[in-house]
Design a protein around this ligand. Sequence first.
Ligand code: HEC
Length: 229
Amino acid sequence: MKKLLLSLILTMSAATTAQAAGGGGCGMNPATQEPYECSTAPVRLTDKASLQRGAAVFMNYCAGCHSLKYLRYERMATDLAIPNELVEKYMMFTTDKIGDGITAKIDPKMQAKWFGNAPPDLSLTARLRSPDWIYTFLLTFYEDPNRPWGVNNITFKDVAMPHVLHNLQQDLGDDEYRERVGDLTNFLTYAAEPIAHQRKIYGFFVILFLLVLLIPVWLLNKEYWKDVK
Ligand code: HEC
């Protein structure tokens, strides 16, 4: 009995630790040559307004080059409570179907020619790199006249990607820009696992069920052994 309880507790704590552990550092500060700490991304998967703002930024500023091929337009529309008509009108190419994965608007082969490196699909980047990494990456572009786009990045040294949010940063000012990048990171975290939120709810009920089941199992155990000395 004690063993059962102990293993249950261990499983639960292992699950939480695995979730808490993020990816490694976020690059090297070129000025001080010291490791750069990742900033904590404001991930709020239940905040639909933030996810919608993030989706809008993604479609306007990122979908030209990057796809999210494992996320279908329709799934995004349903999860984020965006009407299908709006998604079809503003977020999709006319050749795309609502059941398709989100595609990059410019052919990746052309892009590989232009940028040297092809922009990767971003469906799983939040899981591969961690949300904090993406958030920090988007916030750490800096001017560098030696690079082809005139910018470099602390988190991703010599990145082949231009600072595409530069104008947005100028328009919004630093604080609001940070918030918007937070929304975008939130959206990319959602995209990496659209059912994460539901999974946590199921997980809660599964654990609750196991705990309730423990009562009859414990009573039965007592009953079976009561005459055995
Ligand atoms: C003009 C094309 C272009 C646009 C627009 C663009 N990117 Fe990129 N991005 C690239 C390229 C090219 C790379 C590959 C960089 C490399 O390998 O050096 C890249 C790399 C990345 C990476 C690193 C992925 C990894 O795991 O290595 C992330 C994250 C990323 N982009 C996010 C974004 C986001 C978010 C936006 C929208 C704000 C965006 N990008 C807009 C071209 C683009």
